[in-house]
Write a protein that binds this ligand. Sequence first.
Ligand SMILES: NC(=O)C1=CN([C@@H]2O[C@H](COP(=O)(O)OP(=O)(O)OC[C@H]3O[C@@H](n4cnc5c(N)ncnc54)[C@H](OP(=O)(O)O)[C@@H]3O)[C@@H](O)[C@H]2O)C=CC1
Ligand SMILES: O=C(O)[C@@H]1CCC=N1
Length: 268
Amino acid sequence: MTVIAVLGAGKIGEALLAGLLQGGRSAEELLFTERHPERAAELTERYGIAGVEVAEAAKRADVLVVAVKPQDIEPVLAELAPLVGPGSLVVSLCAGLPTSLYERRLPDGVPVVRVMPNTPMVVGEAMSAVSPGKHATPEHVALVKEMLATVGQVVEVPEAQQDAVTALSGSGPAYFFFLVEAMIDAGILLGLPRAVAEKLIIQSAVGAAKMLAETDEHPVILREAVTSPAGTTINAIRELEKHGVRAALLAAIEAARDRSVELGKAHE
Ligand SMILES: NC(=O)C1=CN([C@@H]2O[C@H](COP(=O)(O)OP(=O)(O)OC[C@H]3O[C@@H](n4cnc5c(N)ncnc54)[C@H](OP(=O)(O)O)[C@@H]3O)[C@@H](O)[C@H]2O)C=CC1
Ligand SMILES: O=C(O)[C@@H]1CCC=N1
């Protein structure tokens, strides 16, 4: 039995715990730490998972998953330092934070694996990218990949690519939610009842995502198949291009990458 402790069970920490439970792990294999007792009680009530102190998490868990905001990392590492050693395994989900930060703050030899997941892990559809730090062995990486594979898909990338990954797939679900929200608004503008607009757009998003995942066709081919000559879609595409939506996405994702780099630099 591999015991996994999530340090900081906020949005992504909770998504991981929920996804691991859904993926077949039992509540006894999972632990979390939280700084607000009411939040801890809420999570225990919802999932049956025990909230513990960091010392107990370090003692009982095989994998310590750090899921606090990057701005909150220093006290967590100070608390962890006397509790971990080369036999521990620390996994960081934190945007921007390099494994070298953990290696500097924790005792020599502690293996660290940097992971960028995303919230669809709650429905078993996460996209996670893993990068080992300098003390992480292939066995450590395999263990982390195995854990993440129960909540979605996993790739391994060089750590230098993690800021780009964070901007693309870490934040990615937010861009799709934003698009869906805007498209539902368009339905309201056209006079549809909200419930109808929501159903039309959400199912269209699900259908489009399944086609992308399952047909192996390039997105351009799939879009062209919707775009009939002198039809409706091309009129919409012309407006999207006129309003610079493609350029806006490139600039937005570049800005997210830059913020990830900045979050890492704050701890140099
Ligand atoms: N949300 C997402 O989609 C993704 C987030 N991430 C990364 O995951 C991390 C967490 O993000 P997110 O879940 O959104 O943030 P949240 O603020 O929702 O979660 C962090 C949680 O950790 C708690 N916390 C802070 N310090 C401690 C501590 N010392 N001990 C115990 N608990 C503590 C926070 O409490 P409090 O509420 O008081 O701050 C909060 O509940 C970030 O580093 C982010 O970059 C990565 C991929 C995707
Ligand atoms: O917005 C953030 O900083 C985090 C990291 C990736 C997704 N959410």
